[in-house]
Design a binder for this molecule. Sequence first.
Ligand code: NAP
Length: 356
Amino acid sequence: MGQRIDVGVLGATGMVGQQFIAQLANHPWFRLAWVGASQRSAARAYRDAVPWRLPVPMPDGVGDLVVEEARPGIAAPQLLFSAMDASVAGEIEEGFARAGHVVVSNARNHRMADDVPLLVPEINSEHIGLIEIQREARGWSGALVTNPNCSTVFLAMALAPLRAFGLKSVVVTTLQALSGAGYPGVASLDAVGNVIPFISGEEAKVESEPRKILGKFADGRVESHPVVLSASTTRVAVVNGHTESIAVSLQEAPTLDEVREALVTFTGPPQHLRLPSAPPQPIVYLQEENRPQPRLDAERDGGMTVSVGRLRKCPILGYKFFALGHNTVRGAAGAAVLNAELLVAEGVLSVPALGV
Ligand code: NAP
C-alpha cells in the first residue's frame, strides 16, 4: 500500500487512547491525522492535553496535533478508532457513523446490538456481513464495529478451537490487571498486596460476549453459540496482563494432546491475509509448568498473542488450563487496529488510495 489512510482516535487522551496512538505509530497502512477528546482537552496541543503514561516515548508528530472536540459533524477522517468513556461513547459513536464515518470501537456500548459486529478476526471475520444489515436498518453510510471486553478476547480465542469438540460449558475465573481500570483506576491502598473479587459489570460481559463471538453468521444475523459460561472476575496487583483460569466441558473426549494441538494450530484470516498487526500464531502454548505469567508473557508479539499453559484434566468439567493476554493491546487498542485492518483487506472501507 503506497499511500497511508488517514485515521483519527476518539478519546485519544485516555489510557486506551494513548495505546491506540502507540499502536498506530509507524503503521504501514494507517496515518494518525486527528485526535479527539472531551471539551476539557479540546483546542490544546496533544502534548499539553495529556499526561503521557506509556513506557514508550510519545510518537513523533503526535504532540503537535491539536485535540478536537469529539463531536459528530466535525471534519475528521473517515476511519475513527474509539476509546471514549462508555458514559458518552454510545451516542457520539452513533453520531459519527450517521455522518458517514467507520467507527471501530473499543467501548462496550454497541457490542451486543444485533446489527453490530463484535469482532475477533481470527474467529468470526464473516460477522462483518452485519455491516450491510446495519447500514440498511439505520439508514447510514458509516459503520459501527466493536471489539470485545478485554477478558472476553482471550477467553474467546482459547475457546474457538475447542468448538470442534462440541463446546458445552465453561467456568472461568479472571485475575485482571490494574491498567484495565484506566487511570488512576483502583486506589493503591485497595490494590497493593490485595485481590478485589468484584469488577462492576464484568462478569455479565464475560458470560455473554463469547456466545456472540463464537456464533454463526447466516441469513443476515448471528446465531449465538449454545455454550454456557460462568465467570468470576477479580482485580489483582498486576500492571498489565489478564490471567484466566478456565475449565471446559466438551461433548467429545479428546486427549490432552489433541486439545493442545487444536489450540496451537488455530489460525485465521489475519494470519492468511498477513494483516500488519496479526501475530504469527494467535495462540502460543507454553510447556513450562509455571506459565503463562503476566510479567513474562503479556508482551509476546507486541502484546497480540494469547498465551496458554497448564492444560490438564479437570475431575469436574473435563479439561482445565490458564490463558493470558495483554489487556490494553490484544484486549483493547491492538484488537481494534486488527479489526480495521480486516475491514480494509475485505474492502469494507472505501480507500481512494487503493481505488476501492
Ligand atoms: P480513560 O482513561 O478514562 O479515557 C477516557 C477517554 O474518553 C478520554 O480521552 C476522555 O477525554 C474521553 N471522554 C470523556 N468524556 C468525553 C466526552 N464527553 N466527549 C468526548 N470524549 C470524552 O478510559 P480508558 O481506560 O482509556 O477506557 C476507554 C474505553 O475503553 C472505555 O470505554 C473502557 O471501558 C474501554 N476499555 C478499556 C480497557 C482497558 O484495559 N483500560 C480495555 C478494554 C476496553 P478527556 O481526557 O478530554 O476527558
